[in-house]
Design a protein around this ligand. Structure first.
Ligand code: ADP
Ligand code: MG
Length: 399
């Protein structure tokens, strides 16, 4: 992994102005944040810089104001939440550059924290305009990026600034990059990938990348139906992208050539209606799915076989649930395999890295979120990383 600087490389920063890109795009309801995970993730970086005596300016986007000031999308809405998590006062600053920022820096004492307004109020942000980036950099001495979740965007605050100021990865960014590198960059082998979720079409690039990176590709969820159909299985009324069967076959061929074993389920859980605990629910071999049935989870034999695969592996990356886990009992396979992966991780035989919106929810539902080596909440950036793409915000940190 090409090197990037971390907070360990800072030296004496007392009195210096640190511009810190964080993710404060919190889920909101009735004007209050409903989940503070993102604030908690960046708190160690903010507090470390503050403890070292820097004047810390937080830089973040909030919603999609599309380059215009929008009264309902000011970062001032999350000021209280940030103060609560940090246990410190935060000064709101209604600009991201110019005289208002300069004057505010004059008021801040060493170790104080300022919160700049929504960087996406200015069109230069998403355009990665160099003049806009320079205006933000003008009064700062250093730049810290702690927002991995925004690193797949080449915006002024995520990419441009890294070229204008001494640039460092914050603690959350550092942890994320180390975990991801351990999973697919220079992993201990054999590596297994679980790819599940609803549709092949949303994860084609992920699958195409993984066949060259992993020894075992485990396919579950709705997308397994498309692969089964490609192998001639009648999947009944299951969610299935019949137009992608050629693509599925091409992925299986590429896997063969790369020495990657593709694991599809032998047995599945089917039902005639998609509801909680439907009376029509039954477990069957994949070749016995009725024309009026749909596959909603992979079966217990498949789960047992996959657990055996994980026992032979040293590294696991997981994106996408194995079944329609939001509806009982179609969460069973996901919960069971997640528990196996968690136990192997706790035993020290497996490095497990997972990510994806529904995947994080599924692991939390299984109660094993904290037992995986690393669970990424980064969403889009995590998927682009799984696709093997270079993330501009990360590349810029590596200079
Ligand atoms: P992530 O957000 O982790 O990337 P996805 O969004 O790709 O995951 O997929 C999650 C969705 O896939 C869930 O809503 C789940 O119900 C659905 N799903 C999984 N298996 C099936 C299935 N067999 N049939 C229909 N939907 C499924
Ligand atoms: Mg999803």
């Amino acid at each position: 992994m090409a090197q990037f600087k971390t907070l360990d490389d800072l030296g004496d920063i007392a009195g210096k102005v640190a511009l810190v890109r964080v993710d404060l795009n919190l889920p909101m309801k009735d004007g209050r944040a409903t989940d503070l995970t993102r604030v908690k993730a960046v708190a160690p970086t903010i507090l470390e810089l503050s403890d070292k005596g820097a004047k810390v300016l937080l830089l973040a986007h909030f919603g999609r104001p599309k380059g215009m000031r929008h009264s309902t999308l000011s970062t001032s809405f999350v000021q209280d939440d940030v103060e609560d998590v940090l246990g410190k006062e935060v000064m709101f600053i209604s600009e991201v550059g110019g005289p208002v920022v300069e004057q505010s820096i004059g008021i801040l004492r060493n170790g104080d924290i300022g919160l700049l307004d929504n960087v996406r109020f200015w069109p230069g942000e998403e355009a990665n305009d160099s003049e806009f980036a320079r205006a933000m950099a003008e009064h700062a001495d250093l730049y810290v990026n702690d927002a991995f979740s925004a690193a797949h965007r080449a915006h002024a605050s995520t990419e441009g600034l890294a070229h204008l100021l001494p640039a460092y990865a914050g603690r959350a960014m550092e942890a994320e990059l180390k975990a991801l590198d351990a999973a697919l960059g220079s992993p201990e082998t054999p590596v297994a990938a679980v790819v599940g979720g609803a549709k092949v079409s949303t994860k084609l690039a992920v699958l195409e990348n993984l066949v060259h990176k992993v020894q075992h590709l485990i396919i579950g969820g709705g997308m397994a139906n498309t692969f089964l159909a490609a192998r001639g299985v009648n999947v009944g009324k299951s969610l299935c992208e019949h137009d992608l069967t050629d693509t599925a076959n091409a992925i299986m061929d590429a896997a063969d050539q790369a020495g990657c074993t593709v694991h599809l389920p032998y047995d599945v859980v089917v039902a005639k209606e998609f509801a909680a605990n439907p009376p029509s629910k039954r477990v069957c071999n994949v070749h016995e799915v009725g024309a009026d049935e749909m596959i909603l989870d992979i079966g217990p034999l498949a789960v047992e076989a996959l657990a055996d695969v994980l026992k032979t592996c040293r590294t696991l990356v997981w994106n996408g649930p194995l079944g329609a886990f939001e509806t009982e009992p179609f969460d069973e396979a996901t919960v069971a395999l997640a528990k196996t992966a968690a136990a192997l991780t706790q035993d020290g035989s497996l490095i497990s890295v997972a990510g994806g919106g529904d995947t994080v929810a599924a692991l939390a539902h299984a109660g094993v979120e904290s037992e995986f080596t690393y669970v990424s909440t980064a969403g889009g950036a995590f998927l682009e990383w799984m696709e093997g793409k270079t993330l501009p915000g990360v590349a810029a940190l590596k200079g």
